[in-house]
Design a protein around this ligand. Structure first.
Ligand code: G
Ligand code: G
Ligand code: MN
Ligand code: NA
Length: 254
């Protein structure tokens, strides 16, 4: 279609950019990493969020090309940050179709080889639980192949899928990201709070790290810390920002 062609053109013309949102370790307060979030710097319409263009390409091969661009750009950024003494991990969102595309792990290995100074351990791939709906065996196999390269995984939007608990049990991901819809109202909604507590408790049993998303206030942070959450990400800490702003932000964080 016309929209697909326009998005393919945007990729060729370099109109996509990555913003980065900090993730902090709740106990030490250290900046542990960032999540890479794609934006389209559209020449007429301004900065567009992923909702405006990713759904258009989700079911086409273009999601693979855009996803490869995101991985390469995030690795190049890690490399650049390392050169100025900033050691970070980066979380990259991976669409189901991309993860299940032929030879995903082999191509990832080649991309990592382009940046020999960047440790594969610095890359964390965020996958939606619903990615596993397609074929849990295949998804698990790809995860294991990538983990053998040193790359880690998180289950994104955890708790919003059809069978979160089954995925937690069967997918070898190191981290779960509690969805922001549960975190947002946990101070006023006892049920949401119970879900947040439950996820943190489950994660501990399964030896997974927990990141809370959508941490908008200090009160949210304080409760999460008390509940034993490991990491936090949200507007209360920082909004997603251009790569160029991150070193200054890290410098003035605490
Ligand atoms: O800021 P936010 O609007 O960035 O992101 C909205 C949604 O888009 C989130 O669910 C996020 O996971 C998804 N998203 C953001 N960046 C990427 C990306 O690079 N690839 C994929 N597949 N999804 C992304
Ligand atoms: O689904 P995923 O977790 O990949 O996407 C993260 C999305 O959440 C992005 O759109 C990001 O901009 C947004 N986001 C990050 N922190 C907050 C927050 O504290 N509040 C709200 N409402 N959205 C947030
Ligand atoms: Mn994410
Ligand atoms: Na999420």
């Amino acid at each position: 279609t016309e929209r697909l062609a326009r998005i393919a053109q945007a990729l060729r013309d370099g109109e996509f950019v990555l913003y980065y949102q900090p993730q902090v370790d709740m106990r030490s307060g250290r900046v542990a990493g960032v999540e890479a979030l794609i934006r389209w710097q559209h020449p007429q319409r301004g900065l567009l969020p992923p909702a405006d263009f990713l759904s258009v390409i989700e079911d086409s091969e273009l999601i693979v090309e855009v996803g490869d661009w995101v991985i390469a750009t995030a690795l190049a950024q890690l490399d650049a940050w390392q050169r100025i003494g900033l050691q970070l991990r980066v979380g990259v969102n991976i669409a189901a179709r991309h993860l299940l595309h032929a030879a995903f792990a082999e191509r990832l290995q080649a991309q990592l080889a382009d940046f020999p100074e960047v440790a594969p351990q610095a890359l964390e791939l965020e996958i939606l639980e619903t990615a596993a709906l397609e074929d849990i065996e295949r998804v698990s196999r790809v995860i294991r192949e990538c983990r053998a390269l040193g790359v880690s995984f998180s289950l994104d939007d955890f708790g919003t899928g059809y069978s979160s608990l089954a995925y937690l049990k069967s997918l070898p991901a190191e981290t779960v990201k509690i969805d922001q819809t549960f975190v947002r109202d946990m101070l006023v909604d006892a049920e949401d709070r119970a879900i947040v507590e439950g996820v943190i408790g489950l994660a501990r049993v399964f030896r997974r790290e927990v990141i809370a998303e959508g941490v908008e206030t200090a009160a949210h942070g304080a409760l999460l810390l008390r509940l034993g959450c490991d990491m936090a990400q949200g507007y209360g800490i920082a909004r997603p920002m251009p790569a160029a702003d991150l070193p200054v932000w890290v410098g003035q964080w605490r």
